[in-house]
Design a protein around this ligand. Structure first.
Ligand SMILES: Cc1ncc(COP(=O)(O)O)c(C=O)c1O
Length: 381
């Protein structure tokens, strides 16, 4: 199923119950707790808006799958992993041989880096973007070059293309779309045009960790292309829209030829049974997907409303987080919010005059926005 089909999947009974609760005037959190009997979060404690996690908690279907699966954890996960690989392939309409499972998409990022950071190779990535490749590439002989985002915070495709054209050896181009930490997207046709024109030794690694959140109709996933051409690899994760960050399940899509190249760098044993069964249940759970996106939309509106009201400049978001401009630096703002038991994003150089805030629960956004208004009165934002 492609992204649009995935997002448009129908409203079933669970979601209908949730929506009728919402229509009766309950907020999303209360409605969810009532309709699914799953606590939204433990009472009290800090509000964690710092790691782009999904605050809803995992899907009830995933919770059930974990409990049902515990009796199997004395066995190796090969059978469940194989079934899940098949399910993912069917979901995306690609061959099973196109799927590589990873312990989170972090493992996929590591595998791809190791496979491509060869002597004489160049790794191109945006600045700022998700930084893991920098760490994963460190022990390897490839050269890594960062290319500043354009003024609209999209990847500077012409600049990256120029650098790739001038490099005499193989090139790995990492494109995080939507981009973390900015939440912005890069024009997909522009990327596609480069992919079509690029020589065989330029490989595009497209990290779509947040693709389900995108609303811009011009956006599309590169899964179809990754399954067909040897120069594209796409990474996906269950940590974000499916709220499974603590479970660690990611995967990539690439041609069978590239998949077998990646296999040389994977343990093959990094998947765990409970993560696989939870991810498998989540993937079938279109109600949860809708709910996750709806909750994200409600929280986004609360935050954008407050940022607009306070006239705080912010980037257009296509993900589950928003980057907004600060009056001072992020280190001080981060500490001030931490003093209020609210964790916000860390510094993301060179954008140290911005804060990245994850969209939490509705009540959490209300609390955060109230604090922002307080900070305004104190002259801090
Ligand atoms: C863009 C991007 N890619 C990959 C990851 C790694 O996610 P995980 O290893 O949880 O799948 C993250 C985590 O925040 C991310 O933001």
């Amino acid at each position: 199923m492609n992204r649009r089909g995935f997002v448009k999947a129908g409203i079933s009974a669970g979601t209908a119950g949730l929506l009728s609760s919402l229509l009766m005037g309950r907020n999303l959190e209360t409605a969810r707790a009532e309709s699914l009997s799953v606590p939204a979060r433990p009472a009290g404690g800090v509000i964690r808006l710092n790691a782009n996690e999904n605050p809803l908690g995992i899907a009830p279907s995933a919770r059930k799958a974990i409990l049902d699966g515990i009796g199997e954890v004395n066995r190796y996960p090969f059978a469940a992993a194989g079934k899940f690989q098949k399910q993912l392939a069917e979901h995306h309409g690609v061959d099973e041989e196109c799927i590589t499972l990873g312990c989170g998409s972090a493992e996929i990022l590591q595998i791809v880096t190791q496979a491509y950071a060869t002597r004489g190779a160049l790794i191109l990535m945006a600045d700022p973007t998700f930084e893991s490749l920098v760490d994963y590439a460190r022990p390897f002989p490839a050269r890594l070059q960062k290319v500043p985002l354009r003024s609209d915070h999209s990847h500077d495709i012409p600049k990256m293309r120029d650098l790739a054209d001038k490099h005499p050896g193989p090139v790995l181009v990492y494109i995080c779309n939507p981009n973390n930490p900015t939440g912005t997207i890069t024009d997909c046709p522009e990327i596609e045009e480069w992919i079509k024109a690029a020589p065989a030794d330029v490989t595009f690694f497209i990290d779509e960790a947040y693709y389900q959140f995108v609303k811009d109709p011009r956006y599309f996933s590169f899964v179809d292309r990754a399954a067909k051409t040897d120069n594209v690899i796409v990474a996906h994760t269950f940590s974000k829209v499916y709220a499974m960050a603590g479970m660690r399940q990611g995967y990539s899509i690439s041609t069978p030829k590239i998949t077998s190249r990646l296999a040389d760098y994977a343990t093959g044993n990094a998947v765990n049974h409970l993560a696989v069964v939870a991810a498998s249940a989540s993937l079938r759970d279109t109600d949860f997907l809708k709910e996750s996106l709806a909750a994200n939309g409600v929280s986004r509106n609360i935050l954008l409303g407050t940022l607009g009201w306070l006239k705080i400049e912010h980037l257009p978001t296509e993900a589950n987080f928003v980057m907004f401009r600060l009056k001072g630096g992020i280190v001080e703002f981060n500490k001030r919010m931490a003093d209020e038991n609210i964790l916000v994003g860390r510094p993301f150089p060179p954008m140290e005059d911005h804060c990245r805030i994850t969209l939490g629960l509705e009540s959490e956004m209300d609390t955060f926005c109230a604090k922002l208004r307080d900070f305004r009165e104190k002259g801090w934002v």
